[in-house]
Design a protein around this ligand. Structure first.
Ligand SMILES: [Zn+2]
Length: 133
């Protein structure tokens, strides 16, 4: 088994709000992040595939194809978007780094049979890993 990772970056805005909680509780739970005017992050996404090297190509998957899939399935959906307002998946789901990683997995899994891990950095010092399931 060999692991291949491609990195991509995107910028997006979000805020944290749970509609089932009172405004006070949202403020207490999420602090500054609950401001509905939102704030931005430059996210770094790492998509890891796991597979066997195809003896014909020497590759697990053509990396040009992977780049195109990331652009179409993830960047076109999330880059320069206000996630809460412009991405239907986050109309009711709070766009935390955790939930964004899960959504990216959901978007990519049908297109990438070798998908192994989504790693999403919200900042240099903070990232989440999601491997499905
Ligand atoms: Zn934030």
């Amino acid at each position: 088994m060999i692991y291949v990772t491609r990195r991509a970056e995107f910028s997006a805005a979000h805020y944290y709000h749970n509609p089932d909680l009172s405004p006070e509780e949202n403020r207490r739970l999420f602090g500054k992040c609950s401001n509905p005017n939102g704030h931005g992050h430059n996210y770094t996404l790492e998509v890891t595939l796991a597979g066997e090297v195809d003896p014909k190509t020497g590759m697990v998957l053509d990396l040009k194809d992977l780049k195109a899939i990331l652009e179409k399935e993830v960047l076109a959906v999330m880059d320069h978007k206000f996630l809460n307002k412009e991405v239907p998946a986050f109309e009711r789901t709070i766009p935390t780094t955790e939930n964004i990683a899960v959504e990216i997995w959901r978007l990519l899994e049908p297109k990438l049979p070798h998908l192994h891990r989504i790693r999403l950095y919200e900042t240099e010092d903070l990232y989440v890993d999601y491997c499905g399931g």
